[in-house]
Design a protein around this ligand. Structure first.
Ligand SMILES: Nc1nc2c(ncn2[C@@H]2O[C@H](COP(=O)(O)OP(=O)(O)OP(=O)(O)O)[C@@H](O)[C@H]2O)c(=O)[nH]1
Length: 294
């Protein structure tokens, strides 16, 4: 492409061109201080260009965002390449928007780095959709609990060296509940059971629906004594519940198998197998009970 005559590239023209662009653009020097910006950037963040020029990210933005921008600037300077990363900006109205930063280094005729130029693409709608899809993929639609895949992924990532308790719970004679009250009655029992179990757990513990009427619980930093206490509370909460459906009371009970041990490095999955075997023993031995040993 033929370059424009130098006379046409006056600073005013460059600023006019940048201001005509709908995308926000900013320029920083090699110390990370803003040299300027275009109108779209100024409008996005609700600050005049003269309030921005000469300032560092720490003078202008919230500390958590400023740290992200600063680290990204350092990484760009160190890499000497272009950069693309997702972050957030706070807009004029105080709203946090998800954005994609595209940045590149500026250098002089000798090749020395003089600064950087960046532009911002708003990706809030895409990120919102991504978060919705992730939430749908990780949660059970009926109860809102974590689903089987999400809890198994979670267990694979566990790294705490302290012991955990894994509890497998299964509603007793659930087929008979469905038969007596219909599938919607059964669904109501599942939703209520999920709420009752959740109410007995600490925030850091995890509860998932892993099968039709089967729930898996992880108690962090728990020994056999704690596991037994919680298991007893869970059984009592479910068996004392007054679940009503279409004017009729539905009595429910729970069988539970538990295993305590180390979970780090995917070992929790082994505890699930042990807890599951014990759950089936609890079923065989009469239901409505806890089995915690072999
Ligand atoms: N309402 C409802 N029922 C479900 C759902 N998922 C599975 N079920 C039913 O749950 C029942 C489970 O029956 P079984 O596995 O025989 O177990 P059970 O009757 O609870 O007997 P035990 O576990 O041996 O006490 C089946 O009838 C499934 O159709 C669901 O989302 N909603």
């Amino acid at each position: 492409m033929k370059s424009l005559p130098p006379s046409l590239l006056s600073p005013e023209l460059i600023q006019d061109v940048l201001d005509a662009l709908p995308a926000p653009v900013f320029v920083k020097d090699r110390h990370g201080l803003y040299l300027g910006c275009n109108r779209a950037f100024s409008t996005l963040v609700g600050k005049r260009p003269d309030e921005i020029a000469g300032k560092s990210v720490f003078n202008l933005w919230e500390p958590d965002l400023a740290k992200i921008y600063f680290d990204a600037d350092e990484a760009l300077m160190a890499s000497g390449k272009m950069q693309q990363y997702e972050a957030q900006v706070i807009t004029q109205s105080g709203e946090r928007r998800d954005v994609l930063f595209y940045k590149a280094l500026l250098s002089d005729a000798t090749g020395s780095i003089t600064g950087m130029v960046g532009t911002i693409l708003d990706i809030t709608e895409r990120k919102t959709l991504e978060r919705t899809l992730t939430a749908l993929a990780e949660h059970d639609a009926l109860t809102g609990l974590l689903n089987r895949r999400a809890i198994f992924d979670y267990m694979q990532r566990m790294s705490d060296p302290r012991p955990v308790a894994v509890l497998m719970c299964d509603l007793d004679h659930f087929k008979a509940i469905n038969d007596a009250h219909g599938h919607f009655g059964g669904d109501e029992v599942l939703r209520t059971t999920a709420r009752l179990l959740q109410a007995q757990l600490r925030e850091e513990d995890r509860l998932a629906r892993v099968g039709g009427e089967e729930f898996l619980i992880i108690l962090h930093n728990a020994d056999a004594g704690i596991a037994l206490q919680v298991a007893e509370r869970l059984l009592a909460a479910v068996s004392h519940a007054q679940i009503m459906y279409e004017g009729r009371r539905i009595d429910v009970s729970l069988s539970l198998g538990a295993a305590v041990g180390h979970a780090a490095g995917g070992a929790a999955v082994g505890l699930v197998r042990i807890a599951d075997d014990r759950l089936y023993r609890a079923k065989r031995e009469g239901r409505g009970r806890i089995v915690m040993s072999d």
